[in-house]
Design a protein around this ligand. Structure first.
Ligand SMILES: O=P(O)(O)O[C@H]1O[C@H](CO)[C@@H](O)[C@H]1O
Ligand SMILES: O=c1cc[nH]c(=O)[nH]1
Length: 267
């Protein structure tokens, strides 16, 4: 039976689910990466598809934005569709100075200011962490491993970046694109926040990037005894006024999807 938020019947989702925030990104992944993908849900415009990749069943379902939204979809997938593993395919704002747009961050931990997670276990500061096996497999697929301090450089990608100051000039910008990093992210409840001291302290504590869902996904996976990971493409740089357009954010996820599919295969 369908859930309040997912229209699929039991059995229509694969055990492994890729989960972008944006429904159009879900559609694009289904159309360009999966074989024989068919739509299994469209409730509230949150699109979901099931197909195969390299002969393995794989689904993709959008999460919407924020911890409350991803928590609903992840809980319903784990609890009512027997989904075993979810990998978030997200975008994130780069915080650490060495990051560039197009780089990929595999979230080894997720700090959060969300009350949803902060009060999950009363009296505890809950640690939001991914599945080790998924994270290790994704990192290996990204060329990272023990004793390899410098991330693998993958082929350059050309992106159209936008200088946000005054919403004005666009300029062509060749990124180092596709460098893969593993480290903590901030899963923020607030997109438009003005708190430079907090962000600076997080960077000083090794935080790489900010997004809005990983902590919720990791907590739900722990609660439901399932596995999860977040892999995010850097879509803008918080301290450099560099930002990708909405259209660019929709398409610049190939590397993250490849790492996610490799993690499903090897994790
Ligand atoms: O591109 P997605 O996956 O939605 O991720 C990021 O983009 C949204 C904000 O623009 C938030 O959901 C944030 O986590
Ligand atoms: O700055 C950003 C970029 C993407 N996603 C976020 O949550 N923040």
């Amino acid at each position: 039976m369908a859930t309040p938020h997912i229209g699929a019947e039991p059995g229509e989702f694969a055990p492994d689910v890729l989960m972008p925030g944006d429904p159009r990104r879900a559609q694009r992944i289904a159309e360009t990466v999966l074989t024989d993908a068919r739509q299994v849900t469209e409730v509230r415009g949150i699109l979901g598809y099931t197909g195969t990749f390299d002969g393995r069943p794989v689904s993709v379902l959008a999460s919407g934005m924020g911890i409350p939204s991803i928590s609903i979809y992840a809980t319903e997938l784990f609890r009512f569709y027997d989904v075993q593993r979810i990998i978030r395919i997200g975008t994130a704002g780069g915080m650490a100075p060495h990051l560039d747009v197009g780089d990929v961050v595999i979230a080894s931990a997720a700090h959060t200011d969300s009350s949803v997670s902060a009060h999950r276990i009363p009296g505890m500061h809950y640690s939001h962490a991914p599945s080790f096996s998924l994270m290790a497999a994704a990192a290996a697929a990204g060329g990272l491993g023990p004793g390899r301090a410098v991330p693998a450089k993958t082929k350059d990608v050309k992106v159209e970046a936008k200088e946000t100051k005054d919403g004005a000039a666009r300029r062509r910008r060749r990124t180092r694109g596709g460098q893969v990093y593993v480290g903590p992210v901030l899963s923020s409840d607030v997109f438009y926040a003005d708190r430079p001291a907090t962000m600076d302290a997080l960077v000083q504590h090794g935080t790489l990037a900010v997004e809005m869902e990983a902590a919720g996904l990791y907590a739900v996976a722990d609660q439901e005894h399932r596995q999860a990971l977040a892999i995010c493409t850097i879509s803008d740089l918080l301290f450099k006024d560099v930002s990708l357009s909405a259209a660019e954010r929709e398409v610049l996820f190939d590397r993250s999807v490849a790492l996610g599919l490799a993690a499903f295969a090897d994790g």
